[in-house]
Design a protein around this ligand. Structure first.
Ligand code: NAG
Ligand code: NAG
Ligand code: NAG
Ligand code: NAG
Length: 400
């Protein structure tokens, strides 16, 4: 999943109305990030944003530019997380992925993989309204309903979704010291992050504890719109058609505490892709320690799950320098492709207070797990590795 590299893209959008790319904000926690090549994933969008036409409202300008997703169908499923909840899978598309080496259609956003196809679209259908999402999972299916994954020659670089009508709540100061209030990041304009999924797409994304008992969830308003974003790679010689899917479990109305998820990279906030900041060693383990990140809310981390690419050994989470969670990839091999089947989340809720600090460590071992073919260099020129935690926070107190 390259979510973090998107987050880190220095797309400065000045409120004054000029839109353009800025030099990367260096977080002083690693080597200086490399110069951005000509094509950043969002360059196509940024060129089209008309802030003046939207009265200076950058989110409204973005909504005008984004195409509408085609919502195909929603099918009911049996709830898994909480008895009495509702669950369905919504399918969007189909999207046509051209074969390996064939020309890719021009899209608003560029893929981060030289052979990938990326897109970002809006929908107000297929999720739920005036509801509390307990868990969910993005995915990819072929037209006949069978799964599309590495074993079928399709690599999910990432699928992301945002509730664009909901203001993002930040439980941590991700980029402390480099916040510039006169500019904002394109992903911030997309509102509250809902689900993100990378190449380890087997486990759901929780906004409650995994047993469904913790009284929290992601509150969705009565009339919210969602942004869907995907970056997919087809390794097959021929064209494949796929649906992007969202499997969501929810209850009606707003129940419990509002929950928010964050994706944090050991590479910090300035290192593009995190790749240049993550230590790698071809012949043995290499550990990277991120810097201390201030926590801004009282509440609990109710789910902590690592995200790594092939080569990863484990992610370690520390609160106030004390180890509280270790999440390690589970490897599988199918059709000659090694892949990460999942990274379990830590079962215990972790209490946090405003003023606490959070630190992450990543351990990669390329001697045990060589990089995915094609991962030596991404579109940014870094090794395609990630060291992240996906954290779900139940935040104390009311949230509007
Ligand atoms: C913040 O960003 C604006 C717009 O890009 C720029 O003009 C200003 O100099 C920046 N301020 C700092 C402190 O970096
Ligand atoms: C819902 O959103 C649509 C599109 O943004 C808008 O036209 C409509 O008035 C909204 N309805 C309500 C009840 O807010
Ligand atoms: C939202 O759902 C709750 C519970 O079903 C209901 O009581 C409330 O009236 C709904 N609010 C709106 C704005 O539809
Ligand atoms: C890489 O790992 C090997 C064996 O574990 C070790 O001897 C070597 O010093 C490491 N290299 C670096 C740059 O850390």
């Amino acid at each position: 999943m390259k979510h973090i590299s998107l987050l880190l893209l220095p797309l400065g959008i000045a409120q004054a109305g000029t839109v353009g790319r800025r030099a990367p904000q260096h977080d002083h926690s690693g080597p200086a990030p490399p110069k951005l090549p000509g094509q950043s994933p969002f360059a196509g969008i940024v060129g089209q944003l008309d802030l003046k036409g939207s009265g200076g409202d950058a989110t409204a300008a973005l909504i005008k530019v984004l195409p509408k997703a085609h919502f195909a169908v929603s099918e009911p499923l049996k709830p898994q997380v909480r008895q009495g909840a509702k669950r369905h899978i919504a399918k969007f598309g189909p999207y046509t992925l051209t074969g390996k080496g064939q020309p890719k259609p021009k899209k608003l956003i560029n893929s981060l993989d030289p052979n990938g196809q990326a897109f970002i679209e809006l929908t107000s259908d297929g999720m739920c309204s005036n509801c509390t999402i307990l868990a969910g999972k993005p995915g990819l299916l072929f037209e006949d309903g069978s799964p599309a994954g590495p074993a079928q020659g399709v690599y999910i670089h990432h699928i992301l979704s945002h509730d664009i009508s909901k203001k993002a709540l930040k439980p941590v100061a991700k980029c402390v010291g480099s916040t510039n209030t006169t500019q904002t990041n394109l992903l911030d304009l997309l509102g509250a992050e809902l689900f993100s999924q990378g190449d380890d797409n087997s486990t759901p994304f929780y906004f409650t504890s995994e047993d469904g008992a913790y009284p929290s969830g992601f509150f969705v308003g009565s009339n919210d719109s969602f942004a869907l974003q995907a970056d997919l790679v087809n390794y097959n010689a021929d064209t494949r058609k796929v649906y992007v899917t969202f499997d969501i479990e929810y209850v009606d109305g707003h129940v419990g505490s509002d929950a928010v998820s964050t994706l944090l990279s050991v590479g910090g906030c300035g290192g593009i892709g995190g790749g240049n900041a993550i230590a790698l060693n071809q012949t043995g383990p290499a550990e990277t320690t991120g810097r201390k990140i201030p926590i801004l809310v009282d509440g609990k981390i109710i789910s902590a799950k690592g995200h790594m690419h092939i080569g990863g050994e484990r992610m370690i989470l520390l609160i106030n320098d004390k180890e509280v969670c270790v999440s390690a990839p589970i490897y599988t091999k199918a059709n000659g492709f090694e892949s990460i089947a999942g990274m379990p989340s830590c079962p215990e809720a972790i209490p946090v207070k405003k003023g606490d600090t959070l630190t992450m460590k990543s351990v990669y071992d390329l001697a045990k797990h060589p990089l995915r073919s094609g991962a030596e260099h991404n579109a940014m020129g870094n090794a395609d590795v990630m060291g992240m935690f996906i954290l779900t926070w139940a935040v104390d107190g009311e949230r509007k």
